[in-house]
Write a protein that binds this ligand. Structure first.
Ligand code: PGA
Length: 252
């Protein structure tokens, strides 16, 4: 049985003072909720702060990116081992903003996935189509390509111990949400494709939905078949909203 997971993605937001308040409020806001795992992914400089605040609470923390390299002359990069030093459980890889704005291709994303998992982190692999791709009816081909790159690099079984987040690029930060049928279609497709050859892996793989999740739509999204929780951007910056979303997952 897959337990639901709600993970926040702060993106490039925050500051020491406001984070302190947000983290306190998040801890309080999700206290006592059963049957749902929760986490926040924060900018690198705030991992230590997250660790200090969240240690010993049911809220895990993680990074928004990780280097594909282990160590060495890679100026500006942060390795998976460094993230582990700060107690991270998760590392987001292949977020569409990294793919679109920082040139991360499927191969680099697969290498990041591999580096994260090899070090003992849980990679949160983001997949999803652009609006153009949706209009061209190639959504399934796009998510298959993105998943296949990881499968080719790390093996199918690697997905059993990972999290996959389906995030239609056009739904991120826009307030636009696919219909529940559209979400179900893509999530069902991803699990069913994998189940054809690897039913156990397909059963274990956690599939989150991401893109404009908020307290008012979370419950209906989390009730969709094969949705195991959410990856939450904007709403994770407000403790009350994040708490409402986690609550919706715990009740679902
Ligand atoms: P959003 O972002 O919730 O602000 O749409 C989701 C994400 O980018 O993971």
């Amino acid at each position: 049985m897959r337990e639901k997971l709600v993970a926040g993605n702060w993106k490039m937001n925050g500051g020491l003072a406001e984070n302190a308040q947000l983290l306190e409020a998040v801890i309080a806001g999700v206290a006592g909720l059963q049957g749902v795992q929760r986490a926040v992914c924060v900018p690198f400089p705030y991992l230590h702060q997250a660790q200090r605040s969240l240690q010993g609470t049911p809220v895990a923390w993680g990074a928004e990116n990780v280097s594909q390299y282990e160590k060495g002359a890679y100026t500006g990069e942060v390795s998976a081992a460094m993230l582990l030093d700060f107690g991270c459980r998760y590392a987001i890889v292949g977020h569409s903003e990294r793919r679109a704005l920082f040139g991360e291709g499927d191969g680099a994303v697969a290498d990041k996935f591999s580096a994260a998992q090899a070090a003992g982190l849980v990679p949160v692999l983001c997949v999803g189509e652009t609006l153009e791709e949706r209009e061209a009816s190639v959504t399934e081909a796009v998510v298959s390509r993105q998943l296949d790159a990881v499968i080719a690099r790390c093996g199918v079984e690697s997905l059993a111990k990972a999290v996959v987040a389906y995030e239609p690029v056009w739904a991120i930060g826009t307030g636009k949400v696919p219909t529940l049928e559209d979400i179900a279609e893509v999530h069902d497709f991803m699990r069913a494709e994998l189940a054809k050859s690897h039913p156990d892996t397909a059963e274990d793989m956690r599939l989150l939905y991401g893109g404009s999740v908020k307290p008012s739509n979370a419950a209906e999204i989390f009730a969709v078949s094969n949705v195991d929780g959410g990856l939450v951007g904007g709403a994770s910056l407000k403790a009350a909203d994040f708490g409402g979303i986690v609550k919706a997952a715990s009740e679902g």
